[in-house]
Write a new protein. Structure first.
Length: 611
């Protein structure tokens, strides 16, 4: 990366002006090919052991392209701090940002012949030119112990390279699927013995006709719309009792044009008009009219949006669209004791609510699926965010034992005195996960586990159950009762489902049903944690000191079954184990102690020499 930066500031009267410029040139070649060795999922162990081509899912990426994330960026700002009076200060500024479209994303123009007027246009994405970010703040000090601050600001983010590396045009990369013409068909023998799916050729692929080009199109990069956040705050701060400062306030943030992963041309086969019912009680064999809706009739529908299907876009077109938004509102309060007489302390409390309709646009976590349940209705996913923590309390203290601090005796000063103890207490409301049915319930063809459950509002919170299929007794080819809603023997005659436990809150949404559960309604486990550090300091001639001690994280070894860790800010793994906690048909559903680590106590030794 090359970077040029220049900042200038000057003072005139009561105004302090700052002007700055930052220019950057990024050079970023990289390579990433999904499923380069093939991704295969068998319905049964028998299929795998007999080396049959998978009947569930089989896909392998083609091509081996170097992606260039090269970009040019310009940032400029002007800011004025105006001291209106001894009690009032105003701050205002304006920032402008421009970041070009990465070179690799411009290759979408290779697919321009596949464009359809009024439906989709494959061209070089256009950059955003109007990214202006104003900000304003005011500080009012009615007396020397009180400060009232209010502010508003707008800040832009950048779009990361994953979007480009996952969105190659078909001329550079595509996929081979089990079942496609010329490929192994589901159930074919010697699948892995023959190398599985062919990897395809590298280089630039030339299609024989536009129809083939459209059928192979699996990605789309829209014109650049940069995500941004609006932040607003109002706080009141006051000192009291000489050594203490208290603050209370409100902070809000809105995220706008956040990228979310959707499948542009994919729709659910199931809708409110044709869904199969899920009953809380009843028989698995029912009397149904001859024209009753069945699973077979729903499966016969297309999961491709009509406009795309009519123009030959039969592959799923994955795209990162600026459809999503977030909203954070918080009450904050804290009391701080400044370091005096060897003691410093801070007590903080936050009461907040975070809502969004997309938290993870790539496969970074299973707790909140990366795609909406219905790509044609992203707003239906608006709910509690995976980042939401309703309550958070922290208490931090540092106590430097003052005993014999100024003693002339080396032993009294260094053996009895010079101890420091630093405890930290944290309480945090749990992270919420999405309760999953572990079935492609709405039949949109999405192989990812993203379909939620059906909610029984009168059920016991936290409990879940599977379902039993209902078969119509007056239709041809009457099927026997089965407990497996994914059975393929007589799916065509399924007319509904019956909950195994009518008192459960989460009910599995089986194939042909329409899940109504919200994202992130299943709490994991709160954090209730103590950390402690104990240090001993030896001083020599007032210029040299040696510190040694120990630190304990989760001091009381209290089992805390949370995703991630209890005393670090880090990302949650996308391990498939977590779906055991989320999937209503799993024996470990809603049992965090069976899935997450207990964050057992850890200790470390500390040593430091200063001079």
């Amino acid at each position: 990366m090359y970077q040029v930066t220049n900042n200038v500031s000057y003072v005139k009267g009561r105004h302090t002006w700052k002007i700055g410029f930052d220019g950057r040139k990024y050079i970023s070649p990289q390579g990433f090919t999904q499923r380069a060795r093939g991704d295969y999922e068998w319905n049964s162990l028998t299929e795998f052991l007999h080396d049959l081509a998978p009947t569930n899912f089989g896909e392998r990426s083609t091509g081996n392209l170097t992606y260039y994330g090269d970009q040019t960026a310009f940032y400029g700002y002007v800011n004025d701090t105006w001291r209106v009076s001894p009690k009032v200060t105003l701050n205002g500024g304006l920032r402008y940002e421009f970041t070009s479209v990465p070179v690799g994303e411009r290759a979408q123009a290779l697919n321009s012949a596949a464009s359809v007027a009024g439906l989709i246009t494959f061209a070089q994405p256009k950059p955003a030119y109007k990214s202006f970010a104003p900000r304003i703040g005011v500080n009012f000090a009615p007396d020397d112990k009180t400060s009232i601050r209010a502010g508003f600001g707008l800040a832009y983010d950048v779009l990361f390279d994953n979007i480009g590396t996952l969105s190659f045009p078909p001329q550079y990369s595509g996929t081979n699927d089990v079942g496609n013409p010329g490929n192994p068909q589901p159930g074919d023998p010697n699948f892995l013995a023959k190398g599985g799916l062919p990897p395809g050729n590298g280089g630039i692929l030339v299609f024989d006709n536009v129809a083939d080009q459209r059928a192979a199109t699996a990605a789309f990069v829209p014109n650049q719309i940069v995500p941004y956040a609006e932040t607003y705050s109002l706080t009141v701060q006051r000192t009291f009792a000489k050594n203490y400062t208290a603050e209370i306030g409100y902070i809000g943030t809105r995220g706008i044009h956040l990228p979310t992963q959707v499948q542009l041309n994919v729709q659910p086969r199931v809708n409110a008009a044709n869904q199969l019912p899920t009953l809380l009680s009843g028989s698995s064999t029912v009397i149904a009219p001859a024209n009753a809706n069945t699973l077979g009739k729903i499966e016969a529908l297309s999961n491709i949006v009509p406009g795309y299907l009519a123009n030959g876009f039969t592959s799923k077109i994955t795209s990162y669209q600026p459809y999503s938004s977030s909203n954070y509102n918080a009450l904050i309060a804290n009391v701080t004791r400044r370091f005096i007489n060897g003691l410093q302390a801070n007590l903080s409390y936050t009461y907040s609510k975070t809502m969004d309709d997309a938290t993870a646009e790539v496969f970074s976590t299973t707790l909140t699926p990366r795609r909406p349940q219905n790509s044609q209705n992203v707003n239906a996913d608006y709910s509690r965010s995976a980042l939401d923590r309703t309550h958070r309390i922290t208490l931090e203290m540092v106590y430097d034992l003052q005993l014999y601090k100024h003693a002339n005796s080396f032993l009294l000063k260094n053996v009895v005195g010079n101890w420091t103890i630093a405890p930290i207490y944290t309480y945090e409301s749990p992270e919420y996960a999405t309760a999953l049915s572990n079935i492609n319930s709405n039949l949109n063809g999405d192989v990812s586990i993203i379909d939620r459950t059906i909610i029984n509002p009168n059920g016991r919170k936290g409990t879940g159950t599977t379902v039993t299929p209902q078969f119509a007794s007056n239709l041809a080819n009457l099927c026997p009762t089965a407990d497996d809603p994914t059975a393929t023997t007589c799916d065509a005659n399924l007319v509904g489902y019956v909950a195994v436990d009518p008192n459960a809150y989460y009910i599995q949404a089986a194939a042909g049903t329409l899940p109504n559960g919200a994202r992130n309604s299943l709490p994991a486990h709160p954090i209730n944690n103590w950390d402690l550090s104990l240090l001993k300091r030896l001083t020599f001639r007032d210029h040299y000191s040696f510190e040694f001690g120990a630190g304990a994280y989760n001091l009381f070894n209290h089992a805390q079954y949370t995703p991630g860790t209890v005393n670090n800010i880090n990302s949650t793994s996308n391990t498939s184990t977590y779906t055991n906690f989320q999937s209503v048909d799993n024996a470990f559903f809603n049992q965090p102690g069976k899935v997450f680590l207990n964050n057992a106590r850890t200790m470390q030794l500390i040593g430091k020499f200063t001079f």
